[in-house]
Design a protein around this ligand. Structure first.
Ligand SMILES: Cc1ncc(COP(=O)(O)O)c(C=O)c1O
Length: 404
């Protein structure tokens, strides 16, 4: 039977100083540790949440890298500005403008994945002891960034419609936070989307209480049904909402290309933090991505991905009624990569996982996603990695595992 043990905490070596308190205080991501244990051949894993590699446009990427190396030659391999490749910044800005958020290329800083954007923003915005409000459940690797910056994390309850706005206002009153971290569109882990009225309400609370909102939005372009919702940054004045975005889910995660969109006051801090982190994101990768976008290939690639992920989402949603015990509930996301299921009271999905693995199927137990009180009966299921037939087989295995 597989046992699920987290990566051991760093040990002290006699005669050598201990690691910095900030890394000793922040545990390794339980979920990453868990994925390393459960990703083995034969397992149909709803756990990982990797974009589907067969949808990566390898030919298009190769053509863009070839063109950039042929046309720019050594310049494509040279150091470059911290803020990023101007053509790529302009292309990101144009996509925001199309989505209803007028943006100039100067508002965008290219980062090494949006994960780095989160980290740079934590460095730029958070002092030790500051309160950062976070959705519960939430995306753990963001919480690691805030914890490493010394923040005190306070969980905001979230329901079917995303952040609970009344609870947010009460917590803002009590804690005078600096920042709210939210994934408003097709959230990781729940797949939920905050609707326009709730976005407006959240922004109004932020305005009233004088805090910023970090809108982490890597999934917004992966919509399979329903109508797009305006980014939160479009609902308030400059500087109030800082946004991060990514090419990971719409182009390829291995490129490690993301961005921060913000006003000049925050951008200056992000640039200083980025200089210290890595000077700049890979010159050649940015240039290739800019070429790829200019060639008009991204929209076609995103369309293909959307069509395929829609089929995969539908296959998972079709299989769940027979797989999960009576009384279970689950989200029906309009996009993104995840379905969040809540089993009836009394079920513990962490205890269930070893049994699922015996049936060669896996999911992520929900408990680690909660910064506050965990809900042990929850689980995250990703639908992007396998085709509809494998997903259907996975749900049959899940049914067998849950039946005991
Ligand atoms: C909500 C959220 N934010 C940020 C990231 C980081 O993505 P990347 O660094 O690949 O852009 C992820 C990755 O899964 C995510 O789910």
């Amino acid at each position: 039977m597989t046992t699920l043990q987290p990566t051991p905490a760093p040990t002290t070596v006699p005669g050598l100083p201990p690691l910095a308190a900030r890394v000793r205080a922040v545990p390794s991501s339980v979920i990453r540790d868990l994925l390393a244990l459960i990703e083995r051949p034969g397992v149909i894993s709803f756990a990982g949440g990797l974009p589907a590699p067969e949808l990566f446009d390898v030919e298009g990427a190769r053509a863009s890298f070839d063109a950039v190396l042929a046309e720019a030659g050594p310049r494509a391999l040279q150091y470059s500005p911290t803020e990023g490749n101007r053509a790529l910044r302009d292309a990101v800005a144009a996509r925001y403008t199309e989505r209803g958020l007028p943006t100039d290329g100067a508002d965008v800083v290219i980062t090494t994945g949006s994960q780095q954007g989160l980290n740079l923003l934590a460095t730029a915005l958070v002092d030790p002891g500051d309160v950062v409000l976070v959705e519960s459940p939430s995306y753990l690797a963001a919480l690691q960034c805030f914890a490493l910056a010394g923040a005190k994390l306070v969980a905001v309850p979230s329901g079917e419609d995303g952040v609970d706005v009344e609870a947010l206002a009460a917590l803002a009153d009590r804690w005078a936070p600096k920042l709210l971290y939210t994934v408003p569109t097709f959230q990781n882990p729940t797949g939920r989307t905050l609707d326009l009225a709730n976005r407006q309400a959240v922004v109004a609370v932020a305005e009233r209480h004088g805090f910023r909102v970090l809108e982490d939005d890597p999934y917004a372009e992966l919509r399979y049904s329903g109508e797009p919702v305006l980014p939160m940054a479009a609902l308030t004045g400059p500087g109030r909402v800082v946004s991060t975005g990514s090419f990971s889910k719409i182009l390829a995660p291995g490129l490690r290309l993301g961005w921060v969109r913000t006003d000049p006051s925050v951008r200056a801090g992000v640039v200083v933090a980025k200089q210290a982190a890595d000077l700049h994101t890979s010159t050649v990768d940015q240039a290739a991505a800019a070429h790829y976008l200019a060639a008009g290939r991204l929209d076609a690639a995103v369309d293909r991905t959307r069509q395929e992920y829609r089929r995969r989402r539908d296959a998972l949603l079709a299989g769940l009624p027979a797989a999960l015990p009576p009384g279970s509930r689950w989200t029906t996301p309009d996009g993104g990569m995840f379905v969040w299921a809540t089993l009836p009271e009394g079920w513990d999905t962490t205890a269930l996982l070893p049994r699922a693995l015996e049936h060669d199927v896996a999911f992520v137990p929900g408990a680690p996603f909660f910064p506050g009180d965990p809900q042990p009966s929850t689980m995250r299921l990703s639908f992007t990695t396998y085709g509809p037939d494998a997903i259907a087989e996975g749900t049959r295995r899940l049914a067998a595992a849950l039946a005991g």
